[in-house]
Design a protein around this ligand. Structure first.
Ligand code: FEO
Length: 399
């Protein structure tokens, strides 16, 4: 994609990645894609902020060269060393050996670790400023958003925050890079939440810390390295990220994620009854079959909802493994402090509830009612499931 001016003498170079099947080798993005946004500021000093994934470095450097002679770039700011942004670093260094590369002290070490780069690199300190002429950059350390070396860069004249992963999202803005080009932002906000739950959620406290650090800084534009540039309403994505981060401590939204996985349909038969009960209570319900929906799409639902219903059978004396995987991913993403209920079938003896009790201790989830049945779900089980769903829905709404 051609560079887009986002402000006077500031350009966005956005690579549209439609080739990567799994982001970080984990998260499906085949349908949605992702962008790697890099930014160029032209002034008395010319500065590039962040790069892109190595796979796209030829395309990226071609676009860069069409915009500016790499030999005239004075600085490269590396906000974050994860290779989706730093992958083109060695190729950039060959093209622009004169450019001073700037990053936090930890980023400087990583430049050597990842790329064997040591020359013409300078560590910047938290709050340090760099005069470019008319523009001025301020570097703000943001450890663990999303790696320990991460910082964000603020440009004081345009009041633009180059936030790298923070405030980013999946999805390719086909019509243009700005939020103002999309009257309905629901898709991008949804993909930002999925990105948050997949990539950032485990670091919710550091996100809140960074938010506090930046509170009071005037923002006319939020320019992340993934997804939209928020120019019409920069506060919108900041508010969303702060709200999502707060769910790490709880409470989350008054809604329920209804998860089920079934081997032969006996547990599945209960799903509609539980769902009807939840809906009768008036609580919003988001249902997923864990055997067909990748966990990437389930995590945002778990993250934002206070209630979770687990419907899965006992499998060889423990919980159905596909459901275990979902709970394990929720655990490592630190989706803590939820309320949950359980229903499921067993063949000759339970075990699923025992697993849940252990697992929920690690996540500080409260296990409420459980409804286990041998073999098939009978009429009375379906009625119980409805009532259990209704009680749980009320509990979440009243909580
Ligand atoms: Fe987009 Fe943590 O890298």
């Amino acid at each position: 994609m051609k560079p887009t001016p986002i402000s006077e003498n500031i350009y966005c170079l956005s690579i549209h990645d439609r080739r990567t099947r799994l982001f970080e080798g984990l998260w499906p993005i085949e349908k949605e894609g992702i962008t790697y946004n890099s930014y160029l500021i032209r002034d008395e000093k010319t500065v590039l902020i962040d790069l892109c994934k190595e796979l796209f470095q030829q395309e990226y450097l071609g676009e860069l060269k069409a915009l500016v002679d790499p030999a005239s770039i004075d600085y490269l700011v590396v906000n974050h060393m994860e290779p989706d942004h730093s992958g083109a670093l060695r190729a950039f260094r060959e093209l622009a050996p004169q450019a001073v590369i700037l990053g936090t002290p930890k980023a400087v070490k990583m430049m050597d670790d990842f790329f064997g780069l040591k020359e013409n690199i300078r560590a910047v300190s938290d709050g340090e400023e760099l005069e470019l002429g008319r523009h001025k950059l301020r570097f703000v350390s943001a450890p663990m958003v999303h790696w320990p070396e991460t910082m964000v860069t603020y440009e004081t004249v345009s009041q633009t925050l180059f936030s790298c992963d923070a405030f980013g999202g999946y999805g390719i803005p086909e019509k243009g890079i700005f939020d103002e080009e999309y009257p309905d932002l629901a898709y991008f906000e949804g993909e930002s939440l999925r990105y948050y739950a997949n990539i950032v959620a485990a670091f919710s406290k550091p996100v809140l810390n960074a938010g506090e650090k930046l509170a009071g800084v005037p923002l006319r534009m939020v320019a992340p390295s993934h997804g939209l540039v928020w120019r019409k309403d920069p506060g919108r994505i900041v508010d969303l990220y702060m709200r999502w981060s707060s769910y790490g401590k709880g409470p989350a939204e008054k809604g329920v994620t209804l998860l089920h996985g079934s081997m032969y349909g006996n547990t599945e038969k209960m799903v509609a009854s539980v769902k009807n009960g939840l809906e009768a209570a008036g609580v919003p319900v988001d249902a997923h079959d864990v055997t067909t929906t990748p966990v990437s799409y389930i995590l945002p639902s778990i993250w934002k909802n206070q209630g979770v219903v687990i419907g899965a059978p006992t499998y060889e004396g423990t919980l159905f493994p596909t459901m275990q995987l979902v709970l394990y991913m929720a655990e490592i993403k630190r989706a803590f402090n939820k309320q949950a209920i359980y229903f499921g079938s067993y063949g000759w003896g339970g075990g699923a509830v025992r697993f849940l009790k252990n697992q929920f201790e690690k996540m500080n989830w409260e296990l409420g009612e459980t409804l286990e049945f041998a073999g098939q779900a009978r009429e009375e089980n379906l009625k119980e499931a409805y009532e259990m769903g209704k009680r749980f829905g009320k509990l979440i709404l009243e909580g």
